[in-house]
Write a protein that binds this ligand. Structure first.
Ligand SMILES: NC(=O)c1ccc[n+]([C@@H]2O[C@H](COP(=O)([O-])OP(=O)(O)OC[C@H]3O[C@@H](n4cnc5c(N)ncnc54)[C@H](O)[C@@H]3O)[C@@H](O)[C@H]2O)c1
Length: 368
């Protein structure tokens, strides 16, 4: 097993000798379904990665992944603990259903692995706390799958918001609407429509949008209230327990307010986009999603692009940043605090929607 210190020492020595600093990080992938197979492609494209082990409980998915990773000739397992037990596996990717992330991430961190864990890192406060504690105790790299944090246009736009282009941020209006529900034919996973497995739409999907909102505001919410329900897809698919729509008001420090809605029935082509985040400040507003654009409250209010996409755009920038942190000690675009805060923001909104009561951040009982 090669640990981070050995990598750094090896890299420094190699650099001093004028040699290449590339060294393979033994990598294991747990869960190679839709997302996991996409992550696998990203891992295979990294010069510093070698895929040693793959795990999935579905043999067909495991076979497909093994074929995709044939160049590295990985071992395949149905039991994820076999990957954690391997001494030559330095880094583990977790892309299983959300209710399994916490147990797997904690076990991997305790075994001394670097971890890339898909979002949400947990679907209950206790799960998030467990990952948080394990990551903080470990000296390994932990990256949550909040990949918007690696997108240049958002990094630039949020930096400009922090620098004051819209003055003080006072309000955010955001939505994650979809033109359709995920497929009801079983292809979206046997877990997605079960709230105890996915956490529901807000926790499983909107966690990306809520993370961007927190990032733009520069804080996490202190309180939430909301309503949610199943208004269109009643008992569809049969046994469904996740909402198909909801509306949440979040309060942030300093009186900043955010209003967030979600649904899965926003007709294609209807104006006002499926997803947006409008960040309002004392001097103007930024339309953050897509191409971040500034609209000033003064002057001629001509829209100005404030975040440019990377050219060429690297779809695996988040994975590249993970390996750069493991091998070179590079800065993380998203760490455990960001992953935990994003998950807890979604959990707070979910608790508000399901209880119909205002819920305080403090009642979640997790320090971030
Ligand atoms: N970051 C993103 O943009 C993004 C996008 C899509 C999905 N995701 C996340 O990725 C995760 C997986 O989503 P998906 O769409 O790939 O779901 P999926 O159902 O297609 O894949 C999950 C895989 O995990 C496997 N699995 C289940 N239990 C297992 C176990 N005990 N051990 C090993 N494997 C097991 C399943 O067989 C399946 O192949 C979810 O947390 C989801 O939120 C993230």
């Amino acid at each position: 097993m090669v640990n981070r210190r050995m990598f750094l020492l090896g890299s420094a020595a190699a650099a001093a000798a004028g040699q290449s600093t590339s060294q393979a990080v033994g990598t294991g992938m747990i869960g190679v379904g839709n997302r996991g197979s996409y992550l696998l492609r990203g891992v295979m494209s990294q010069p510093n990665a070698k895929v040693l082990a793959l795990c999935d409980i579905k043999p067909d998915r495991l076979d497909k992944a093994a074929t995709a990773a044939a160049k590295d000739n990985p071992a395949t397992y149905a039991d994820w603990r076999k990957i954690i037990d391997r001494k030559d596996v330095d880094a583990v990717f977790i892309a299983t259903p959300p209710d399994l992330h916490s147990e797997m991430a904690v076990a991997a961190l305790r075994a001394g692995k670097h971890v890339y864990c898909e979002k949400p890192i947990g679907i209950t406060p206790a799960q998030v706390r467990a990952v948080m504690e394990a990551a903080k105790k470990s000296n390994k790299v932990f990256v949550p799958g909040q990949q918007l944090r690696s997108m240049k246009e958002y990094i630039e736009a949020v930096r400009k918001i922090r620098d004051g282009i819209i003055g003080d941020v006072i309000m955010v209006k955001a939505q994650r609407h979809a033109t359709a529900d995920l497929p009801h034919d079983g292809t979206s996973g046997d877990w997605y429509f079960d709230v105890n497995r996915s956490g529901g739409y807000l926790i499983e999907q909107s966690v990306h949008n809520l993370d961007l909102c927190n990032w733009a505001i520069g804080a996490h919410p202190t309180r939430a209230s909301g309503i949610g329900g199943i208004l269109l897809h009643k008992n569809d698919p049969p046994g469904r327990t996740i909402f198909d729509c909801g509306a949440i008001n979040y309060e942030y420090p300093g009186g900043v307010m955010m209003s967030f809605t979600q649904n899965v029935f926003h007709p294609r082509g209807m104006p006002n986009g499926n997803q947006y985040i409008y960040v309002y400040g004392t001097k103007g507003a930024v339309d953050l999603m897509g191409t971040p654009t500034l609209y000033s409250l003064t002057g001629d209010a001509k829209p100005v692009v404030v975040g440019e996409k990377a050219q060429p755009d690297d779809p695996h920038a988040h994975i590249a940043a993970f390996y750069n942190a493991v091998v070179n000690g590079g800065k993380l675009p998203a760490d455990i605090t960001i992953g935990a805060t994003a998950a807890l923001t979604a959990i707070l909104g979910h608790q508000a929607m399901t209880s119909g009561q205002a819920v305080d951040w403090k009642s979640l009982g997790v320090e971030v």
